[in-house]
Design a binder for this molecule. Structure first.
Ligand code: NI
Ligand code: MN
Length: 231
């Protein structure tokens, strides 16, 4: 059995049923919602995935990568920045629509409609497209982490392919609750976990009210930071 742990905001840890440990968007030190710090991962991490370059997603990524030697998976430009300026040597670049077979399964970058800045010193030339991740794990489970995005018609292309979807509901910087319900309709996942809310005042939401709005379209799992979902 595999396990998904939500660490607040968009930060998601995945332990696969064949023993790989993945971490997505590790915004921890400056995240008031985070239940753990970056040292939670120093006892072993296989891959660190970044959906885009904003500070609330990169977070502690460079420190964790240098400390653990985990492999960075992100867009070409983020990987280039990490190698040129952050001392990250173990990395694998992808780009939107492209996927690759990793030891844990296939990771594919999906479109996201959002901002492309990379947070960091001298990061100007490295601005890039934001993305989501479609992870087809070896055990047969497919997880979709949407990243930061508006509701986009491209989500219809995922219909029937996703077991667990992690969708932003915060509004203001990403799609809000009503559009996230439409995303559930379009993707039709078995299970959906709301993310990217309550971290700051402008994205405060009621995830249980959202779960009622989703209704029987999918199983909604509302996690507290540190909460887990077995798949
Ligand atoms: Ni963002
Ligand atoms: Mn964000």
């Amino acid at each position: 059995m595999g396990q998904i742990t939500w660490h607040g905001h968009a930060c998601t840890e995945i332990r696969t049923d064949d023993g790989f440990r993945l971490l997505i968007d590790p915004f921890l030190t400056d995240n008031p919602m985070a239940d753990v710090g970056p040292d939670h991962f120093t006892d072993g991490l296989d891959h660190l995935l970044l959906t885009h370059g904003h500070f609330d997603h990169v977070g502690d990524a460079w420190d964790i990568l240098r400390e653990t030697g985990a492999q960075l998976i992100a867009t070409f430009e983020i990987v280039a920045y990490a190698g040129d300026h952050e001392g990250v040597e173990n990395s694998h670049p992808l780009h939107i629509g492209g996927g690759y077979q990793f030891p844990f399964g296939r990771a594919q970058l999906t479109p996201a409609l959002h901002g492309g800045q990379v947070a960091g010193e001298n990061a100007g030339p490295y601005s890039t497209f934001p993305a989501g991740f479609l992870l087809e794990l070896n055990g047969g489970t497919t997880i979709y982490h949407a990243g930061d995005t508006a509701l986009i018609k491209d989500m219809e292309l995922l219909e029937g392919r996703v077991d667990v979807a992690l969708l932003p509901i915060g509004d203001n910087f990403t799609m809000g609750p009503a559009d996230a319900v439409r995303a559930v309709e379009m993707i039709d996942p078995d299970t959906v976990i709301p993310i990217h809310y309550d971290t700051m005042e402008v994205i405060e939401q009621d995830p249980r009210a959202w779960a009622r709005d989703v209704g029987d379209r999918a199983e909604v799992v509302v996690l507290e930071p540190g909460g887990t979902h077995d798949y």
